[in-house]
Design a protein around this ligand. Structure first.
Ligand code: F6R
Length: 614
């Protein structure tokens, strides 16, 4: 997500920091900043920050020339605590400008720490958790930079990577790592570090991958590595062989594959912080039984894959909460006469939070009295700002046009909401609630094990590569999944694909099934396995070439083998949550088919990542 860089050496730091930030732009960010210790007596830390692009930082610093100095830090921020404004951009200075801090991650106990600092008279310029760390450094400064860093690390909880400057020690930077990446780079006459190897490889290929709990003292001629308790550690230097463009993609050929592979962590980020002591705790808001009972219906609105996530979420909400859920394409809802009033809860689902139709539907429904819950990825995006309540999906920046981790995290949050609302409504006894929370906790691992199907999907891709049409079939939750599978294949491989609720086949579509027609039969819904099997038999009897996606080890699923040319075994999850793992092989299949066809996977023709026009 965010990017950090630090440089200390003989050359001017600012141009190197700016170039490093530009190299990390691909990760996505909404603001950027640099801090440089300026030469002179007394030394001073100078700071420049902008909301928006690194290009703005180049402009404001005159390509770095306006910021003389050989030691500095830089940051690209993807907003979490606080809007993406100049003030909230990093680095942050302490009260008197003694320290500057750039930070990736979250300080969990920043609220009580901030209260203490406020009581001591510190004032804050931003809404970030990071500024608390800058002030804590100043508050605990005893004249020794290293001891002060150690002391402050003992006071904070959370996950982080830090770059820390101190005016009194103008050549030194401390780099700290806990659950957020940081890589040290060794040079000749300089040393540097960054959260992403892409920012280093222009300058050095000799790197040290820091481990969690370590910190490093970086000066122009040395890097000293320490454990949390301050004991020195040896430097394990490795040589990076990746090209810059391969490094940007984490070594993968395409962003799409990188993002597919990031899904277990993304789903974990979406769920785990909200599962506290076996309770679901929403972010900064809660809904009472009265609030929920006031709603006579829920409308989910979205576009594209987010709409299909909404369709899958509908089944979970209806089953667990007993509330009717109407899933509407935002482009249709905004011009419809569907009765909407204050008894309606509108759930708007969007990765970008900027999709024009979804935003317009939100505004329309709000004007008619609906309460709005936004499930979005991009913090402070337009849809998030319109909503009464927001649940961020925490997928991290998604670069590939075809969504993958955006979709799975939307599903995860919809499931979470379904369990939360069902509990508040009193529809779950303690055991059922605990059981469902246990199942939510298993989802990241189920997604991780679905990724093991990558090679199998690569082997499967040649069967689809030359197809003119592919049919995706499924029932209930699997029909939503079939739609997402078909969309993934269409948009990146340009093969015509259609999804059908399997029971609908005989009402027309089956006329299209001939000998050899490729059919992907999604049969992960265990309650409907027998029904799905009957549809597989229908298409098999007409000569279809069936690839069936079935839960591994589910009793009864072996019968599908008699009619399917191929079986893909997906991790077996309980019915309403099954889609989150089962979508992974469909994403992988689309990816490998598109790759075989030589398509532009990350940027398919005619498509944009964020559809901000109608
Ligand atoms: C498909 C895809 C699109 C988006 C749709 C909505 O892979 O990415 O269908 O899902 O354009 O975008 P967001 O979620 O940003 O509102």
């Amino acid at each position: 997500m965010c990017g950090i860089i630090g440089f200390t050496g003989l050359k001017q730091a600012a141009p190197i920091l700016l170039e490093g930030l530009a190299r990390m732009e691909y990760r996505g960010y909404d603001s950027a900043g640099v801090a440089v210790v300026s030469a002179g007596s007394p030394a001073q830390i100078r700071l420049e920050k902008v909301s928006g692009k690194v290009a703005g930082l180049y402009e404001k610093t005159e390509n770095g020339a306006a910021f003389p100095g050989t030691c500095g830090i830089g940051h690209t921020r993807w907003a979490t605590h606080g809007a993406p404004t100049d003030f909230n951009a990093h680095p942050h200075l302490s009260q008197s400008g003694l320290f500057a801090v750039a930070h990736n991650g979250i300080i969990e106990n920043f609220v009580p720490l901030k209260k203490e600092l406020l009581a001591k008279g510190y004032t804050f310029k931003s809404q970030t958790d990071t500024e608390v760390v800058a002030q804590l450094l100043e508050d605990n400064y005893n004249g020794d930079f290293q001891q002060t860093v150690e002391k402050v690390l003992s006071l904070i909880d959370g996950s982080y990577a830090f770059a820390i400057l101190c005016r009194e020690d103008p050549q030194t930077i401390f780099a700290v790592k806990k659950n957020s990446p940081l890589i040290l780079g060794q040079g000749d006459g300089f040393n540097l570090f960054a959260s992403d190897v892409t920012a280093l490889v222009e300058h050095t290929r000799d790197v040290v991958y820091m481990e969690d709990g370590q910190y490093a003292k970086v000066t122009p001629d040395s890097i000293e590595l320490f454990a949390e308790d301050g004991s020195p550690l040896p430097l394990a230097v490795t040589r990076v062989t990746l090209s810059v463009s391969a490094a940007e993609k984490g070594g993968y050929e395409h962003f799409m594959m990188k993002e597919i592979m990031e899904q277990p962590e993304a789903v974990e980020r979406a769920l785990t912080p909200r599962l506290k002591n076996n309770e679901i705790v929403l972010d900064g808001f809660s809904l009472t039984k009265e609030d929920l009972a006031h709603f006579h219906k829920i409308i989910i609105t979205a576009c594209g894959s987010a709409y299909y996530a909404g369709l899958a979420g509908k089944y979970a909400i209806e089953k667990l909460c007993g509330l009717p859920v109407d899933v509407q394409l935002a482009s249709e809802l905004r011009y419809s006469d569907i009765p909407i009033d204050d008894h309606c809860l509108l759930i708007a689902v969007s990765q970008s939070g900027e999709t024009a139709d979804t935003l317009a539907a939100v505004k329309e429904c709000k004007a008619k009295g609906a309460k709005v819950l936004a499930i979005v990825n991009v913090v402070e995006s337009a849809i998030a700002k319109q909503a009464d309540h927001v649940l961020y999906t925490w997928a991290g920046p998604e670069v590939a046009v075809a969504t993958t981790k955006g979709y799975t995290t939307q599903l995860a949050v919809l499931y979470l909401f379904a369990v939360y609302a069902a509990h508040v409504l009193g529809r779950l006894d303690d055991a059922a609630y605990a059981g469902l929370i246990g199942e939510l906790r298993q989802l990241p691992e189920a997604v991780r094990s679905a990724l093991k199907l990558d090679c199998e999907m690569e082997d499967l891709a040649p069967h689809f590569k030359d197809a003119e049409h592919v049919f995706f079939l499924g029932r209930n939750t699997d029909s939503a999944l079939a739609m997402e599978g078909a969309l993934k294949l269409k948009e990146i491989s340009y093969i015509h694909a259609e999804a059908y609720a399997a029971g609908e086949l005989k009402h027309g579509t089956i006329a299209l099934i001939d000998k050899g027609t490729p059919v992907a039969a999604v049969c992960t819904n265990e309650a409907l396995l027998e029904k799905s099997l009957s549809n597989v038999i229908e298409v098999w009897a007409r000569g279809a070439d069936v690839t069936a996606f079935v839960p591994a080890g589910l009793p009864g699923s072996e019968q599908v083998r008699d009619y399917a040319a191929r079986i893909v075994e997906v991790p077996h999850l309980r019915g309403i949550f099954a889609s989150i793992a089962a979508v992974v092989p469909l994403q992988l299949l689309a990816y490998h088919v598109a790759k075989l066809r030589g398509c532009s996977i990350d940027k398919p023709k005619n498509l944009a990542k964020s559809v901000t026009v109608e």
